[in-house]
Design a protein around this ligand. Sequence first.
Ligand code: FES
Length: 212
Amino acid sequence: MNRVTLTINGQKITAPAGEKVLWAALENGIYIPNLCAIKDKPEPNASCRVCWVEVAGKTKPVTACTEEVYDGMVVNTRGEKARRLAKAGFELLMASHALDCAHCKANGACELQKIAKELGCSLKPRGLRLLLRNLPIDDSNPIFVYDPNKCILCGRCVWECKKQKGKAVLGFAHRGFERRLTTFGDEPIGKDRCLDCAECVKVCPTGALALK
Ligand code: FES
């Protein structure tokens, strides 16, 4: 495959032609906040809105998970406009995320904590009213627990589940604020056709899916 040369934050790197900026950066040790990106999914979800970067020659920031690299491209992951958008996207997610790091199994490995550190912002949104959903925790699976109040609806578990079974046990229902992870027929996860492989737990960026 052809490779192109580009510059990210002043660092010259090469990447396969057609690769998305996000993966080119991550593979070269340059972190760009991301939550909904899935490497082997042909079409990016592009729903979390935290992966903004600036590209020389473009007037507006672009999402790194959807933007393709090209030869001579110059990317800045820390530009002011991109950072402002990333922080706004992150705050929106955090406005409906039940924050309980001290009792969360993901504490220390949580990608929300990593992103807050990278963006230099608090896990608690400052300018937004909290809209917590207070949904019941699904404890029906023998291996893992699903807490929808910590779920940021990134879709990684849905994709992983589909890969394991060919047909996902997990999926999404509803739209907007009502959107949530569900199973076919809205059965508890443990009562559906779950393989108990727990691969969904491994890809969850927060503590929404956690081993018992
Ligand atoms: S990682 Fe790009 S929008 Fe979520």
